[in-house]
Ligand binder design. Structure first.
Ligand SMILES: *Cc1c(COP(=O)(O)O)cnc(C)c1O
Length: 358
């Protein structure tokens, strides 16, 4: 296969003259900043962080350089291979808009999987070809090969996969990377919980690879909205050209920067969550209502239960909310249960035991 980025990018995007902000054109330390029509007097609230009271009247760094430098350090990926966005969702939407011509092109998704790929495609009038994962939630390589046509621009692979929880076999992902000359997006939202290593250190081997990660899961920052994409420089440049100029606000930039110092704390949580996951899986397996607990490389369990709908309703009545996936093809009678604190998991287990004894 011959990967040629130029042939993949939409003409309108290729020829785009990106908006150049005042902050793009000047980034040094200035004494007098009269270039961006900001309110020079200050802001009515400040961002209070590390004993500083930061004014909010100035536009933030449009390319989030400090934040990317810290991410670069942690992830061992050069800054110019990093995009940061308003959640992974921004990266998903941008990739579709950069590569897929509305009304012509298509993407391939591998259900059951994360819903945003097809929603972002639908919003952009991009056809979605679905190639179901097999009974073990692994890739149907032949099915994917058969589905690819001249208009297929992106294949979305979620690993570990949501909602099944398993990692996709790495060699299978590499077969797709080696044989598809479009973009392969590997969504690693749950990689911190996985036994399998990230693909983000393989960017040099695969020019068509885009890896997505997020601060929303293991990093405990879902409310902050910070997603990351790792890819070749040219793909990152295109994403920066198409994004809103100030896509990451200063509060998110500063708070994420601070949060990223706490690697040890996050690693501790990851170990705890994995331990809790195994305890919860064992407890569920002992219940008569449980038909199958799928192996998980994530911070949730997909559990097939007799009467999943009824159990879902019962738990809801008790104030315990899990995700009902029983209407999702491939997940019949399944609930997706996020691993909570030890106490929350205990409450769940006791409620399910009481249900069994009814
Ligand atoms: C939760 C999740 C994300 C995270 O999305 P954000 O927009 O970064 O919060 C991405 N992909 C998958 C598969 C997820 O489950």
């Amino acid at each position: 296969m011959e990967f040629n980025l130029d042939n993949l990018v939409r003409e309108t995007i290729k020829d785009l003259a990106p908006y150049s902000t005042a902050r793009h054109e000047f980034s040094g330390e200035a004494k007098v900043m009269l270039d961006a029509n900001e309110n020079a007097a200050g802001s009515p609230v400040t961002l209070d962080i590390n004993e500083r009271h930061e004014q909010l009247n100035r536009y933030p760094d449009p390319i989030q350089l400090k934040l990317k430098e810290r991410i670069s350090n942690i992830k061992r990926i050069p800054v110019d291979h990093i995009f940061t966005g308003n959640g992974s969702d921004e990266a998903i939407d941008l990739l579709i808009r950069i590569f897929c011509e509305p009304g012509f092109d298509n993407i391939i998704t591998l259900p059951p999987t994360y819903g945003m790929y097809s929603v972002a495609a639908a919003i952009n009038n991009i056809k979605v070809k679905e190639v179901a994962l097999d009974a073990d939630f692994q890739l149907n390589i032949q099915g994917i090969a058969d589905a690819i046509d001249d208009y297929t621009k992106i294949i979305f692979i979620c690993s570990p996969n949501n909602p099944s929880g398993n990692s996709i076999i790495r060699q299978d992902i590499e077969i797709i990377l080696n044989n598809f000359d479009g973009i392969v997006v590997v969504d690693e939202a749950y990689i911190n919980y996985a036994r399998q290593k990230t693909l983000s250190l393989q960017l040099m081997d695969y020019p068509n690879l885009v890896v997505l990660q997020t601060l929303s899961k293991a990093w405990g920052l879902a409310a902050l909205r910070l997603g990351m994409a790792f890819a070749g420089k040219e793909i990152i440049r295109l994403m920066n050209n198409v994004k809103y100029p100030y896509n990451i606000n200063i509060a998110t930039q500063e708070l994420a920067l601070k949060a990223l110092q706490n690697v040890e704390q996050v690693n501790g949580w990851i170990r705890d969550t994995i331990a809790q996951r195994e305890l919860l899986a064992d407890a569920l397996k002992q219940m008569d209502i449980t038909r199958k607990v799928y192996p998980s490389d994530a911070n949730f369990l997909l559990v097939q239960m007799t009467g999943a709908n009824e159990i879902f309703g019962y738990l809801q009545q008790k104030g315990i909310i899990v995700r009902n996936r029983s209407n999702v093809p491939g997940c019949e009678d399944c609930l997706r249960i996020t691993i909570g604190t030890e106490e929350e998991n205990h409450i769940l287990i006791e409620a399910l035991k009481a249900y069994c004894e009814k």
